[in-house]
Design a protein around this ligand. Structure first.
Ligand SMILES: [Mn+2]
Length: 478
């Protein structure tokens, strides 16, 4: 057996028992998380249930808290399939199970709570990393593979075609953040390639190769900052004009996908040479090349062709509470839902650029160890964190200290977002601790990751929060 299959075989008995329970159910309520991984998880599960002849209804939740679970229990379904969440909420779910409200089936990859349950598919229960080796959509996919070929299932379909959506979910969950997918994710990629729905290429690791005109592709690529190109429209254009590659067709800029393989290689190596000559360190140069996962059945030059662009499109639908649109696109709607999703993405991009403009115009306040701004109701609380991160390095915003942003959530609550940089984290900064402790000190709560974290605090406690945050950052960086 190939090494890549080992994690999948470890999970197979759990997937089979979950599938068995679903096949015994008359009807199933499918509950999933609202983000790119959650939407693809739901789509994979929905397709597999449909093909297995199991009737179902889908609901989405941003947060699966006690109220949301109680509402699910009231829907009166004997079986509830939770995807991309459920493990962490098992304590509450198990109470409902014990009360006879429903039987839970869980396909998740987040840290499980203490309570146990019978139908539980989660890589962490088999010692497989749920942050980098299997996403929620991957767990759903393993379940879908077990649902195929069971009595009642459509015999022509083995569900391997759903590997494409599973990979979109994994990429959307940042599981390929070091350039490629690993572990169980890797095995899923191989199944997708065998089924003819996926293709992988070693390529320039820059977002937007399907849809962005070349100058924008280079200008907006901010993962590796290249002086004279990143955030520099004129620089990007003159770099392209200096190449022996025809980058224009009918006076329009070509996109990456419009170039021949030879032209792509020429452009990529010129970009690497330019980066080296501008002093970009070798470790970052390596990150300019990565694996792209292509969905071979989608049209070239669309958001759906590349897993990373597809997941961004889904995130745009999720962020504006249009899970229905994202799910429809995953399930094959290339008409009105796809148009709607693209419109949501354009809107999202406009909101981001207006948000950054707001920060540049209004400036940030500096304390000794951090910088902050309060956007009030001017920036939506769901995107204030992204804007805080993107504004680092913009006019008047430093990359030398972490940034904290406030936005109004309700009249009583303020959303807080914190963002840092790799070098700050390397120096000891952990924003999950900063956000959690400072929030609890003012009667709120928070957490997240070292480089990006968030909190919710009572309105009016912002300045006290900053005093606590400033002190904790100074302790971490001393
Ligand atoms: Mn997930």
């Amino acid at each position: 057996m190939a090494a890549a299959d080992a994690p999948v075989s470890a999970l197979q008995p759990r997937a089979a028992s979950c599938a068995g329970r679903l096949l015994d159910a008359d009807r199933v309520l499918l509950a999933s998380h609202i983000d790119a991984d959650g939407l693809t998880s739901a789509a994979v599960a929905a397709a597999a249930l449909e093909r297995a002849g199991i009737s179902f209804e889908a609901v989405f939740e941003k947060q699966l808290d006690a109220d949301a679970i109680a509402a699910i229990a009231e829907r009166d379904y004997g079986t509830v399939l939770f995807t991309d969440f459920g493990s962490g909420q098992l304590d509450i779910i198990a109470d409902h199970e014990a009360a006879g409200d429903f039987v839970p089936v869980i396909a998740d990859h987040h840290q499980p709570a203490d309570a146990g349950t019978e139908y539980h598919l989660n890589p962490l229960l088999e010692g497989i990393d749920g942050a980098s080796e299997l996403s929620g959509a991957g767990a759903s996919y393993l379940l879908a593979r077990e649902l195929a070929g069971r009595p009642g299932a459509d015999e022509r379909l083995d569900n391997r075609d759903l590997a494409a959506l599973a990979v979109v979910g994994a990429v959307g969950d940042m599981q390929a953040s070091d350039g490629q997918l690993h572990g169980a994710n890797r095995a899923i990629v191989e199944e997708g390639i065998e089924a003819g729905v996926l293709e992988e290429t070693k390529d320039l690791a820059v977002y937007g190769k399907q849809t962005r005109p070349l100058p924008k592709l280079l200008e907006y690529a901010s993962d590796v900052r290249i002086p004279g190109i990143t955030n520099d429209e004129r620089g990007a254009v003159s770099f392209l004009e200096g190449l022996d590659v025809p980058c224009l067709a009918d006076d329009e800029w070509k996109r990456w996908v419009d170039l021949t393989d030879e032209e792509k290689r020429t452009l990529a190596s010129a970009l690497v040479r330019h980066a080296v000559s501008r002093g970009v360190p070798a470790s970052k140069i390596d990150r300019l090349v990565g694996t792209s996962y292509l969905l071979t059945e989608e049209a070239v030059g669309t958001e759906l062709r590349d897993a990373s662009e597809f997941s961004t499109l889904l995130n745009a639908t999720a962020r504006y509470e249009r899970a229905d649109v994202g799910l429809a696109v995953c399930l094959g709607d290339r008409g009105s839902a796809f148009e709607r999703a693209k419109k949501l993405l354009r809107n999202h991009r406009r909101n981001l650029s207006e948000g950054i403009e707001y920060v540049e115009n209004n400036g940030v306040t500096r304390t000794e160890h951090l910088q902050w701004f309060d956007a009030g109701a001017e920036i939506k609380e769901t995107i204030v964190g992204i804007i805080a991160g993107m504004s680092m390095g913009a006019d008047g915003v430093s990359r030398e200290s972490p940034i904290v942003a406030f936005a109004e959530k309700t009249d009583e609550e303020t959303k807080v977002s914190g963002r840092a940089t790799g070098p700050l984290v390397s120096s000891g900064l952990d924003l999950s601790v900063v956000m959690g402790e400072a929030a609890r000190a003012v009667g709120g709560d928070g957490g997240g990751h070292d480089i990006a974290a968030g909190a919710t605090i009572p309105a009016g406690t912002e300045e006290t929060f900053i005093e606590h945050a400033d002190r904790i950052v100074s302790e971490q960086l001393s």
